[in-house]
Structures are given as C-alpha cells and as structure tokens.
Write a protein that binds this ligand. Sequence first.
Ligand code: CIR
Length: 254
Amino acid sequence: MPIAMTRPVSASLQQCELTHLARQPIDLERARAQHRQYELCLESLGYEIRQVPEAPELPDAVFIEDIALVLDEVAVITRPGAESRRPEIPAVAQALATYRPLLTIQAPGTLDGGDVLRTGKTLYVGSSGRSNPQGIAQLGQLLAPFGYNVQPVPVTGCLHLKSAITQVAEDLLLVNPDWINLQAFAGMGRIEVDPSEPYAANALLLNGIVLYPAAHPATRARLEAAGIRLQLVDASELAKAEGGVTCCSLIFEA
Ligand code: CIR
C-alpha cells in the first residue's frame, strides 16, 4: 500500500527557519487549509495518509521530508542542518520504525532530506548550507551495502538540492540552472524553469502525475507543452516558510 507520511502545520509556523526569503506574515489557517488540500490530493492519487502528531512548538515540523529518507530496504533518519529542527526527529523516527529498519546520520554530519534526489539506485545529494560533506559521506557508507550510489552535487543560492532540481518524468528533470551545476545530470532530459520563476523547480512526481504549485504559471506552461500531467496545488503560505511540494511528505510503500 503506498503511504504518504505527513505532519500537520504547527501553530508556531510563523517562527520558521528562513535562509533565502524575507519574513512575511503567514496566515496559519490558510496554511492549514492548503496542507489539507495537499493531503487530499495525495489521497486522490491513491496514497494512504499517515500523520505524525502535530508539534505545535516546532515551527518547521510540517516539512517532514527533511527528517528522513525512506528507501525500500531501510529508512535513514537525518540530522538536519538547522539545529532548531533536530527535535523534530523522535516522533518521525518512531512513526517510521513501524515500516523500516532505521539507520541514522551522526554528528558532526548533517543532512536534510530536501537535499536528496533519488533516481533508481543513484542518490544525488546536495552539498548545501544544510547538508555537509560528513553527512553526505555517512549516507554513502550507510547505503553502500544496499547497492546505492551517493553522488554529491554542489548547490548554491537556494536552500536544498530539490529547490533547484526535481524529476518530472522517468528521464526528465525540472531545473533552475542558476542554482546548480548540471554536469552530474548529463544524459537526462531537462526543462528549465521560466527565468521569472526561480522557485519553480520543486515538483513532486507520483506515478506519472506531477503535483505542482499553482504559483508558477510560466513554468507550468513549459511542463504542459512537454506533455507532463499536472495536478496543481496552492501552497503559497507554505512557500513563505521556504517550503515546496516535495517537503511536506515522505512517500513510500508500506
Ligand atoms: C527550513 O528552512 O528548514 C524550513 N523553513 C523549510 C524547509 C523546506 N524543506 C524542503 O524544501 N525540503
């Protein structure tokens, strides 16, 4: 059974970490409604929602993707680069322990799930402000026994690797070339975001359908012209907290 693990929007979301965006007021009720729509959308695509309990005092807990990487064989519990996010770990680890054996990234390593892009047995991992070389090396060592190959990719100008690049079809990537060196991805097709929409590269591919923010119409037109099937969601309040569509769920088979 396909699972989408999520965590509710926290009452303290307004105090979220911000790195590349200026703080703006966030409408909490609207953020919660958008998050609910996101979950309904996942449900309509066949995913069973498993919610980790709300953590009202942890502003960024809704961005559950950063706390773990769930593979067929194991789950890796990360050690997020932002210290304020480390208390998010225990509840997510507890929820995942039902489904997978757990491995963990240890200090001084740091790793955010938003930095990990998987295609088959290759994990591209952003070397970013959040994921450090020790964290990336640990991930490689933990997963080598399962046949995964970890490839570090330098990321600059954005929060995570998946702010700059995500997969929108089996052999097709959506990219913002200003934030990432695309050498590692040579051989794969790519669509560039419209230059007026730098934040438009974060898309969530689920069984041939792409969950995509309604906020990027020019890039959306590029995706549609390429024949990509889109399911639009309004994620504007979560975007003010520097979150995208990949970061609000952990997707895996039970
Ligand atoms: C943070 O800075 O950690 C949060 N405000 C946003 C995290 C977004 N995560 C993601 O894109 N994977």
